[in-house]
Ligand binder design. Structure first.
Ligand SMILES: *Cc1c(COP(=O)(O)O)cnc(C)c1O
Length: 237
């Protein structure tokens, strides 16, 4: 099978899973968007996905993400930065990312806002929430979500989009996704249009749709398993 045919088949089965999940949850398919996470895979796969109608591409590392965006150079694609982001890389990421899902601290929000200004762009920024009660996990603790949303909303070159979360590995994701939905309400008190709930990956997309996710971030179910040795293959939880 060609790579194109493989990606087409995986896309179709993933879209079917999403449709079934929407039906079970009594939700409209139009309210649930697919972001295909292409980390560790080449720009040629992104180009094939674009041919197959995908418009939203997710990446979790700089500079890998920037190189691919430059190589594919397709203005119809939206680039979603979903990984941990160091403050000193914010300026560079602001040049190509359209949506940054991983804003989890005030300093990063400010640097990203400044980076977007320097790049002459406006980015959508999501508050990444820590979905498990463990120190060192990615995301802002629940009690900081309102403050962070305020800071993002006050940046002229950032648009507050909503919330993002990664459910803890090997646990029932439902309590985490329910908590995320609750924090989405907190963010919407800051900005009513900030309705994005970015949640759900290859393994837990059904639970995410049931809990109200609007943006699913799917990698392996479409691209295939990533080599375990690659550091980019991991997703900070
Ligand atoms: C890799 C990654 C995904 C996609 O995960 P899959 O298990 O490949 O579907 C989603 N979100 C983030 C933050 C990631 O790093």
């Amino acid at each position: 099978m060609s790579r194109r045919a493989e990606l087409a088949a995986n896309l179709e089965s993933t879209r079917e899973r999403i449709a079934t999940a929407c039906e079970s949850a009594g939700r409209s398919i139009d309210d649930v968007h697919l972001i295909v996470v292409t980390k560790t895979y080449p720009a040629s796969d992104v180009a094939l996905l674009a041919e197959l109608g995908v418009r939203d591409i997710g990446e979790n590392r700089h500079p890998e993400a920037g190189r691919k965006a430059e190589e594919v150079a397709d203005p119809s694609l939206r680039w979603h930065f979903v990984g941990a982001l160091q403050t000193n890389k914010a300026n560079q990421v602001a040049r190509y990312a359209d949506v940054v899902h991983s804003v989890d601290r005030v300093e990063l929000a400010e640097k990203l806002g400044r980076g977007a200004e320097l790049a002459g762009r406006t980015l959508t920024a999501l508050v990444q929430v820590r979905l498990a009660d463990t120190e060192g996990r990615a995301g802002a603790p629940a009690e900081q979500v309102a403050t962070l949303a305020d800071v993002i909303a006050s940046q002229p070159h950032l648009e507050l989009g909503g919330v993002m979360g990664v459910a803890p590995l090997g646990e029932d994701p439902r309590p985490s996704f329910d908590a995320l939905r609750g924090l989405s309400e907190v963010v919407r008190t800051v900005e009513a249009r900030a309705t994005m709930i970015s949640a759900g990956m290859s393994e837990d997309l059904e639970a995410a749709v049931a809990a109200g996710a609007t943006h699913l971030r799917i990698g392996r179910a479409i691209l295939g398993e990533r080599p375990a040795s690659s550091p980019a293959s991991r997703c900070a939880r």
